[in-house]
Design a protein around this ligand. Structure first.
Ligand SMILES: *[C@@H]1O[C@H](CO)[C@@H](O)[C@H](O)[C@H]1NC(C)=O
Ligand SMILES: *[C@@H]1O[C@H](CO)[C@@H](O)[C@H](O)[C@H]1NC(C)=O
Ligand SMILES: *[C@@H]1O[C@H](CO)[C@@H](O)[C@H](O)[C@H]1NC(C)=O
Ligand SMILES: *[C@@H]1O[C@H](CO)[C@@H](O)[C@H](O)[C@H]1NC(C)=O
Ligand SMILES: *[C@@H]1O[C@H](CO)[C@@H](O)[C@H](O)[C@H]1NC(C)=O
Ligand SMILES: *[C@@H]1O[C@H](CO)[C@@H](O)[C@H](O)[C@H]1NC(C)=O
Ligand SMILES: *[C@@H]1O[C@H](CO)[C@@H](O)[C@H](O)[C@H]1NC(C)=O
Ligand SMILES: *[C@@H]1O[C@H](CO)[C@@H](O)[C@H](O)[C@H]1NC(C)=O
Length: 239
């Protein structure tokens, strides 16, 4: 793990002068995997005590990069420029909280909080932030598609969701025709040729205007929310 390597490197600096004081300990920390929701504010909280030692420094790292650095004196916490305005930081001798304002998908990775005593004893708390988001959904091709009468309508809906989709629907003009890859209607012309965690297809052969023209919607739901995409199918031919 990259964070562990980084902490090891930092710690070669602080190993020398240990002795006398008890090392700091965390008394509460975030879960090892912290679930955040895209666009929301998310707060990580720690409590700790330095026993008979005292607070010298706190560092918050993202992989190899120091995002926040707070020294014991009254200087306000330093935040690396890219994170100024993105993080709210509150550090005391016994408590730290770091709030991500408007969590982004790219915030998903490993973080570490390191606390160091005046005698350079330290403790680390590791947390992986996993950012969840509303499904992103798109049906291949144009929003209006023209299919020759008697031909096949083949629609492919692609989606990306975290956590993974709990339900995926094909809806035609407001009526659900398939859920989770199984058909909810009986029409021998309609099939789901392919369905997995990132896409679902819909095939209708022998297209006719009266039955098959209309709006086809792919609706994807996960624990965070839902979204959909719609394509209008027009059947063209000589009538
Ligand atoms: C601090 O506490 C540790 C054990 O927790 C003890 O070994 C050490 O002697 C104490 N140091 C002082 C300066 O009291
Ligand atoms: C996040 O926090 C900031 C500052 O406290 C606030 O202005 C904003 O409305 C919050 N955003 C959400 C989505 O709660
Ligand atoms: C920082 O956290 C402490 C402990 O929870 C709290 O008492 C204090 O009001 C907080 N300060 C700010 C600026 O949020
Ligand atoms: C779709 O599948 C999910 C699990 O993958 C399940 O929780 C849900 O109930 C299913 N929905 C229907 C309507 O079968
Ligand atoms: C599709 O049309 C062909 C040719 O007209 C016909 O042979 C076939 O049975 C039709 N299939 C279905 C499922 O309706
Ligand atoms: C779903 O199927 C498509 C087409 O076969 C494939 O490219 C894609 O990698 C699959 N996705 C998953 C998550 O298995
Ligand atoms: C399909 O959607 C379009 C645009 O929203 C709408 O004008 C049209 O009436 C819809 N067609 C059907 C069959 O519902
Ligand atoms: C989709 O999300 C909206 C809120 O954005 C909610 O009102 C609606 O009930 C949801 N639909 C389904 C099918 O979960």
């Amino acid at each position: 793990m990259k964070v562990a390597t980084q902490l090891f490197l930092l710690c070669t600096l602080c190993i020398f002068s240990a002795g006398g004081d008890s090392p700091p300990v965390f008394t509460a920390q975030p879960p090892s995997t912290f679930l955040a929701v895209e666009g929301h504010n998310s707060t990580l909280k720690w409590t700790y005590n330095f026993g008979n030692g005292s607070f010298r420094q706190l560092i918050f790292l993202r992989n190899f990069d120091i995002l926040v650095d707070k020294i014991y004196n009254d200087v306000p916490p330093y935040a690396t420029p890219a994170y100024v305005g993105r993080l709210l930081v509150n550090v005391t001798d016994t408590y730290a909280s770091i709030t991500f304002l408007g969590v982004k998908r790219t915030d998903s990775t490993d973080y570490a909080l390191k606390i160091v005593s005046k005698k350079r004893q330290s403790a680390d708390s590791l947390v992986e932030i996993s950012v969840q988001f509303i499904p992103a959904v798109a049906i291949d091709g144009d929003q209006q598609q023209f299919v020759p009468v008697g031909n096949e309508i083949l629609l492919t809906c692609r989606y990306n969701a975290s956590p993974p989709a709990s339900e995926v629907q094909w809806i035609k003009d407001g009526n659900v025709i398939a859920t989770n890859g199984s058909l909810q209607i009986s029409d021998s012309r309609v099939t789901i040729p392919h369905h997995n965690e990132s896409q679902v297809q819909l095939s209708i052969i022998n297209a006719t205007t009266s039955q098959d023209a209309g709006n086809y919607t792919c609706l994807v739901i996960n624990d965070v929310g839902n979204s959909s995409d719609t394509t209008s199918i027009f059947i063209k031919g000589v009538f």
